[in-house]
Design a protein around this ligand. Structure first.
Ligand code: NAD
Length: 354
């Protein structure tokens, strides 16, 4: 039976790279039935919503989605579609592998780590108070009564981190490490400053670690971890991070192994899974055929593995490695001159030779 997959082309370079990924996945011979759904800037104009309900309904039906990036206008008060999607479908874990790839120039040729980012809490929970709004004034009054002075002209973003939210991502990280044959989890935090949010994350993780002794857990302050990642990233195995640090370090890790054009990702919950690259909609190169489709193709390989098509996933990954190793067809971000279409075709051809 065909696997039903919701395909969200997204904004900017999204339609170009999702089309590339779709062609590569189809070339594996795995039976896939695509349900294409629009979301983002396009549906805002047409339907008045960046994330129409029918998109969520469709994903609930197919359970898996392949998603292109969606633009979030800065400072307009618009809630990010990406954040909303993760909340609505309770996709609490982002999984982002960073592996050095053959033929891709990097100072760190043997990196092989996975970032696991908590996806629903922390400063990205969307609990925001705009400066000078009545509710912000009210909140400031409460805080003042509790002895916390906040400047009159301040905006506020809250950072909730809960025991239950932490416990499930920590358990997920241990299960993931065990299944992937990985031995060590490094947790990033700033518990000395944020005692009741990062401190709680750390406390619950250490508690859980006592019940999962087959995988080691070490804790490291996020600033020290950032420095260590730029020096010796090859010494890390799994990184477990609260939402904001996870977002930032995912991009850093992508940069360590060749850039955003190569970095795949998955957003997972107990019921649904949405696969998307780490990169955004790249408005600077959209519509020009310059985007590297490999991050999206590799996200597609993660989707194949998730739906039980591990052999096909391996073939896709190997075909990508073949194209990168040959170093003949590559997009501008990797120093080449090839178009999105040419890289897609090269991967499909490499797949055919496997
Ligand atoms: P970005 O990832 O879109 O771009 C950063 C840089 O990387 C740009 O120079 C871009 O050209 C380059 N780049 C990204 N992907 C590439 C690819 N596949 N091939 C070649 N080069 C690539 O980050 P940004 O500019 O900060 O964000 C643009 C928009 O995307 C924003 O609205 C942001 O909110 C949104 N965004 C969405 C997601 C998502 O949908 N999950 C994730 C991140 C950012």
């Amino acid at each position: 039976m065909a696997h039903l997959v919701t395909l969200i082309p997204g904004d900017g370079i999204g339609p170009e790279v999702t089309e590339g990924a779709r062609r590569v996945l189809e070339a594996t011979g795995v039976e896939l039935e695509w349900a294409v759904e629009r979301a983002g800037a396009e549906t805002l104009e047409r339907e008045g919503s960046t994330l129409p309900d029918r998109v969520l309904e469709r994903i609930r039906r197919s359970r898996v989605a392949l998603k292109g990036p969606i633009t979030t206008p800065v400072g307009t008060g618009f809630r990010s579609v990406n954040v909303a999607l993760r909340h609505e479908l309770d996709l609490f874990a982002a999984v982002r592998p960073a592996r050095s790839l053959p033929g891709v120039p990097t100072r760190h040729p043997s990196v092989d780590l996975v970032v696991i980012r908590e996806n629903t809490e922390d400063l990205y929970a969307g609990i925001e108070f705009e400066r000078e709004r009545p509710e912000t004034v009210e909140l400031r009054r409460h805080l003042a009564a509790l002895g916390h002075g906040v400047r009159e002209d301040a905006g506020l973003t809250l950072k909730p981190i809960s025991v239950s939210g932490t416990r499930r991502i920590v358990r997920f990280a241990f299960a993931f490490a065990r299944e992937a044959g990985r031995r060590r989890i490094t947790l990033g935090h700033k518990a000395n400053i944020m005692r009741y949010s990062d401190g709680l994350f750390l406390e619950i993780a250490l508690e859980e670690a006592r019940a999962h002794r087959d995988v080691a857990l070490e804790a490291m302050q996020i600033d020290q971890l950032s420095m260590r990642l730029t020096h010796d990233p090859e010494t890390f195995d799994v990184l477990l991070l609260p939402n904001l640090y996870g977002d930032i370090l995912s991009d850093l890790c992508a940069g360590l192994v060749g850039g955003l054009g190569l970095a795949p990702g998955a957003n997972l919950g107990w019921e649904y899974a949405v696969f998307e690259p780490v990169h955004g909609s790249a408005p600077d190169i959209a519509g020009k055929g310059l985007a590297n489709p490999i991050a999206m193709i590799r996200s597609g390989a993660m989707l194949l593995r998730h739906v039980g098509e591990a052999a096909a996933a391996e073939v896709v990954e190997a075909a990508v490695d073949d194209v990168l190793r040959a170093a003949e067809v590559r997009t501008r971000d990797l120093g080449g001159t090839a178009t999105t279409e040419e890289v897609t075709r090269a991967v499909v051809e490499a797949l055919g030779r496997r």
